[in-house]
Design a protein around this ligand. Structure first.
Ligand code: HSE
Length: 431
């Protein structure tokens, strides 16, 4: 049986899942693939990280270079995350003719072009199934299974931590802080969950999906991003009353020659499937001209779901290792889907949920609605809580479809009114 040697760099949460999977499932993997994958070396700067996983000591090293440069190693699996030194490790491995598997969405979103070009130049394969949606198959779905499709829409829940927090706030009516603390206790949120709750993690994943689905290479800074930290439990309860759930969505939508690309909390109808995606689960909706609407659902985070994707990539490379070294076998990432550039957020037209915080006195609503009217924003529903003397009260509104630029102009004016006590909360609504 053909034997392929793997070197692992990064022995953290996902790394441990990969090691456990390769060791415990060796027999079934060999039976199903016809190749033997041998875990040859494991590098990590802190070898205490191996705690809880039994591996022969001789496999372990702190010296990453010794793994990359090992002539017997065919595949490097990079699981340290972040930009540096992950980028250098991957580029060096590719230049040395190794195939690479990574889960590093931040790196691919920021420097994908350079890395894909290097992979192509050195005729190496780059597997990155675990970079989006953890255990959900989506990368190879887009670059292989749906290759004949003209895709016009990809959107979904791409961050498990944020989805867990929003689910808890909805179901238990708890605060953002309480929900975040539960996510940390349960090991769902990272120690520093800033990238998750700020929407940046979803933005990285969306940049990868935009490239695969629309052939457009975009930088994360070109994507409009809002996180969930300004969402109050009150917003979730109001939305629910009106038949909506609040979800952090990542959206890539074709709009003529432009691509509408954004990550933000969104009101979606409760009867939509995505509204019932709870806790740390992810779901990705893809619509193509051949296949129609498809939905991919599952665990987007965690050691074993991510390891499932990483091992899938390793086995795929191991099976086809000779093919991958032939000329022209590299997959072209950028292609002409008719999309030329990212649409400016101010050109968006959508419906909005808004929560104003205002001192309750005569004329408040008419001042607010007159500024909205001046900006061609039409109100669909409005509700206001009973007044508490001297305190500000929430005025909550749904609008009809309006232009984002005009909406921002209106809110800037409204937030300067003397009776408005806090920055207005604005959440976009998706059909
Ligand atoms: N931290 C991510 C999440 C998982 O919460 O979904 C890794 O991409």
């Amino acid at each position: 049986m053909k034997k392929v040697n793997v070197g692992l760099v990064g022995f953290g949460t996902v790394g441990k899942g990969v090691v456990k999977t390769l060791l415990s499932k060796k027999k079934i993997l060999e039976e199903r693939s016809g190749v033997s994958v041998n875990l040859a070396r494991i590098a990590d700067k802190d070898l205490r990280s191996r705690k809880g996983v039994r591996v022969p000591k001789r496999l372990l090293t702190k010296d990453v270079n010794s793994v990359i440069k090992d002539r017997n190693i065919d595949i490097i699996v990079e699981l340290i995350g972040g930009i540096h030194p992950a980028k250098e490790i991957i580029l060096k491995s590719l230049a040395l003719g190794k195939h690479v598997v990574t889960a590093n969405k931040a790196l691919l979103a920021e420097h994908g072009k350079e890395i894909f070009t290097a992979a192509s130049r050195f005729r190496s394969h780059l597997g990155f199934e675990a970079s989006v949606g953890g255990g959900i198959p989506i990368i190879d779905v887009l670059r292989r299974d749906l290759v004949s499709n003209k895709i016009d829409l990809i959107y979904g829940i791409l961050n498990g931590t944020s989805n867990f927090i929003l689910s808890k706030m909805s179901e238990e009516n708890c605060t953002f802080r309480e929900a975040l603390s539960e996510a940390k206790t349960k090991g769902i949120a990272e120690k520093n969950p800033r990238l998750d709750i700020s929407g940046v993690d979803s933005c990285h994943k969306l940049a990868i999906l935009a490239l695969l689905g629309f052939g457009l290479s975009v930088k994360p800074k070109d994507i409009h991003v809002e996180g969930i930290d300004r969402i109050d439990a009150m917003d979730i309860q109001y939305a629910k009353k009106w038949g909506y759930a609040v979800k952090l969505l990542a959206i890539a939508k074709k709009a003529g020659k432009e691509l509408d690309l954004r990550v933000h909390p969104t009101l979606i109808y409760l009867r939509k499937i995505l509204a019932s995606v709870k806790d740390e689960n992810n779901a990705i909706f893809v619509r193509g001209d051949m296949v129609g609407a498809t939905l991919f659902y599952g665990r987007g985070a965690g050691s074993f779901p991510a390891a499932s994707s990483v091992v899938g990539d390793i086995i795929e490379i191991a099976k086809r290792i000779d093919d991958f070294k032939k000329p022209k076998s590299a997959f072209k990432m950028e292609f002409d889907s008719g999309v030329r550039k990212v649409r400016k957020i101010n050109d968006l037209s959508t419906r909005y949920y808004m929560r104003f915080s205002a001192i309750d006195r005569p004329g408040v609503l008419s001042s607010v609605s007159s500024i909205l009217a001046q900006n061609k924003i039409s109100i669909a529903t409005v509700t206001q809580k009973e007044r508490k003397k001297g305190q500000s009260v929430p005025i909550v509104m749904l609008t009809h479809e309006a232009n984002e630029g005009k909406m921002n102009r209106a809110l800037k004016k409204i937030d300067k009114l003397p009776f408005i006590t806090k920055k207005t909360v604005k959440i976009r609504i998706e059909r």
